[in-house]
Design a binder for this molecule. Sequence first.
Ligand code: G3I
Length: 461
Amino acid sequence: MAQNPPVGGRTRRRPQARARCALSLLTAGVLAAAGVVALTGTAQAAGALGDAAAAKGRYFGAAVAANHLGEAAYASTLDAQFGSVTPENEMKWDAVEGSRNSFSFSAADRIVSHAQSKGMKVRGHTLVWHSQLPGWVSPLAATDLRSAMNNHITQVMTHYKGKIHSWDVVNEAFQDGGSGARRSSPFQDKLGNGFIEEAFRTARTVDADAKLCYNDYNTDGQNAKSNAVYEMVKDFKQRGVPIDCVGFQSHFNSNSPVPSDFQANLQRFADLGVDVQITELDIEGSGSAQAANYTKVVNACLAVTRCTGITVWGVTDKYSWRSGGTPLLFDGDYNKKPAYDAVLAALGGSGGGGDDGGEGGDGACTATYTRTSTWNGGYNGQVTVKAGGSGITGWAVPVTVASPQKVSAVWNGTPTTAGDVMTVRHSWNGTLAAGASTTFGFTVQTNGGTSAPVVGACTAS
Ligand code: G3I
């Protein structure tokens, strides 16, 4: 569940500093009016991947396994970096309905609860797929299979209604190779081509708000398979079959490199009137070559207005389904790889802030931003100001919040506005010995916005 806003003071705050300096919404609106603003002469401060992507109007997520959430480094890396999660296996048919009409959501629920407690979005994966089907499904005759499929969609989507931003309604229904044909599966073989349409129509009746996606692999460039999916989506849009998005899994390696027409392919689908999402990104390799390929993928998404988000298929190489290919952004010890830096840079971040801190400063002092709590409609941010090698007697840090978000309170600092930038200066806490630190905080009303605040560099006085 989402956290509620904290009530009362924060325990680490000095009593005399607790009086919050409420900003008028008019003033805050000025801060927000021009969207995210580059701070002249200061460090751009989107450190975490999710925040950097949010500043571009997109989500950046990771596939997550429930049984790793108890590993501190796994959870802290996930929480610090990502804005969306996809259960890697826990929402699949065999995981939630191993026996007919007997549903077990506990593992998937753990992921959803974790995500919600951290203010992350959740992608649903996947409702109808030929793989990871429990044994009881395949032998069913057509009428029974149709009923089982619709019941499965209905029960699972109802359980997660309101908690999933996008569902992979149907996964991998097309064959590889040059035929452009549908893949043989219990659904295809017994219900015919119409099973996909039926699944989407059922899904829409259950949750009108979740985005309904078709998801597949080897469709990332223009080829016979993606052409076939394209024709299906075009037909769905023409006939009013409810489809909102197409997922491009984007599992790449030397045999299946990032296609040169990746962006063009995303764009042609977007031009049909659907969102596109990169849903299972991983790229085998290492070092600068791997980083360059990640850059290509992120840039392609950013170049397509309707590319709404990217999910990498795991947090760390050690738990990847292709761990031998080291395809992810963090190595087995959770160190950031060159691919991580490349993705962050492509998203416009620089490691100078974001929800996971990072530092920006002139050497005399640094400012490190952390989101300390999140609730429906808002969050609190905290900036740690730290003196460098010499003591300081005052400091100033610029903070910009993107419209429609508004700053509603600031504490342990004195805000003033200049143009679009709220500059927070010390109040009682200006004098810091060498290496000493203090914090200031602020509350943001999100008003439906998702981007992270841009916290600029500290300057000492
Ligand atoms: O949890 C059991 C464990 O109890 C058992 O001892 C072990 C023995 O094999 O299996 C474990 O389950 C494995 C599961 O991953 C969890 O680790 C399954 O065998 C294994 O088949 C399963 O693989 C998953 C694969 O889908 C199944 O098709 C991968 O984790 C998952 O990353 C992968 O994800 C798919 C997407 O859903 C669709 N697109 C392709 C993508 C990669 O294959």
